[in-house]
Design a protein around this ligand. Structure first.
Ligand code: SAM
Ligand code: SF4
Length: 332
């Protein structure tokens, strides 16, 4: 087990005074879905299993990161549940430091049979992508007939007592008519929903257009009154509260087109090929694969610090200059 540095020790602080204590770790680029907003039907550069850094190497990185004050780790992808050994990997992170907040982002297609062992391994939170409650729409968006398995995954996660959030990317003419349905699905199950604005990128199918925060809120206010709360302390969402029969329900919107997340950004990313990425929308990346493979803690630390040092003040993204970064490569 690792003990974090003592309070007062210099942890990972970037050039703009932001403390970096959150790592998003992509364990594979591969995916069993082909979501319209994320990847082409036939991704050319998706890599194979051999391109994924062995999980023992990733653990070598995580040991150093925890020692430098990292408190939260999100496992993502591609589809992380496709990665062989993922449950043991999570158990090993937990054993390194039981106080680490371990979270997973998944499309839930493979979740139901794994939910119990993931819980036993020490996983605490799961974010599940749910873009529709209609079988044909899920097929249209993800290119997989997956609704039944996704819903089973959500039920199993709920049964295991995970803290769950649902992510929906509302797309014009495709699933925009289901904003209320997904919200109500969340209300009925007592699960928070995050609506995410579609972020234009080179890998998404052409002709796709997402709803903006304002348009999402207009749909919701036709049926529910809500009040603005504050920024989600755990992420980039803006939170809203619906009061119903004296019960409070909170939903969130992630709106990169308007919001400035950068000021409070506390994260860096590790790709499945072993690249440290200081910012999702910046072309900088630092290769750390060899150091992870050899378990060279000094070199890992050096590169981790370099990555933090290179973290830009603001991201480079704007909707017209479509980003080269693939969500399935860096983990959304
Ligand atoms: N496969 C898992 C999943 O879908 O939950 C994890 C990886 S996926 C890249 C992580 C998140 O990124 C998902 O919630 C997905 O909806 C979001 N995402 C992917 N492409 C996006 C885009 N172009 N704009 C906004 N969100 C996107
Ligand atoms: Fe796969 Fe997630 Fe991308 Fe959909 S959003 S294609 S499930 S990585």
């Amino acid at each position: 087990m690792i003990c974090n540095k003592f309070l007062g020790d210099l942890l990972l602080v970037d050039s703009f005074g932001r403390t970096i204590d959150y790592m998003r770790i992509s364990v594979t680029q591969r995916c069993n879905f082909r979501c319209l907003y994320c990847m082409p039907n036939i991704p050319m550069d998706i890599g194979s299993e051999e391109d994924d850094v062995p999980l023992e190497g990733v653990l070598n990185f995580i040991k150093v990161a925890i020692n430098e004050g990292v408190k939260k780790i999100r496992i993502t992808g591609g589809e992380p549940l496709l990665r062989k050994g993922i449950v043991d990997f999570i158990a090993q992170i937990y054993q390194l430091s039981p106080s680490i907040d371990i979270a997973l982002t998944t499309n839930a297609y493979l979740l139901a049979p794994l939910a119990k062992s993931l819980k036993e391994a020490g996983l605490k939170r799961i974010n599940i992508s749910l873009d529709s409650l209609k079988k044909e729409k899920i097929q249209c968006i993800s290119k997989r007939d997956g609704l039944e398995k996704i819903l089973q995954g959500i039920e199993s996660a709920k049964k295991e007592g995970f803290l769950i959030k649902l992510n929906m990317v509302p797309l014009k003419t495709i699933n925009e008519d289901e904003v209320i349905d997904i919200l109500e699905y969340g209300i009925n199950l007592g699960i928070g929903v995050r609506f995410i604005e579609f972020m234009e990128n080179m890998h998404a199918r052409s002709g796709i257009d997402g709803l903006r925060a304002k348009e999402i809120l207009e749909k919701i206010e036709k049926k529910y009154s809500f009040k603005l709360l504050q920024k989600d302390v755990f992420g980039p969402a803006t939170l809203f509260e619906i009061m119903q029969n004296q019960e409070s329900y909170i939903f969130g919107i992630i709106a990169p087109h308007n919001d400035d997340f950068c000021k409070t950004c506390n994260r860096i990313r590790l790709s499945s090929e072993g690249k440290l990425i200081p910012c999702l929308y910046h072309e900088n990346a630092i290769d750390i694969k060899e150091a992870m493979l050899y378990g060279d803690s000094q070199e890992i630390l050096k590169r981790l610090k370099l990555c933090v040092e290179k973290k830009p003040e603001k991201n480079d993204w704007n909707e017209n200059q479509t980003s080269m970064r693939a969500f399935y490569k860096t983990g959304g």
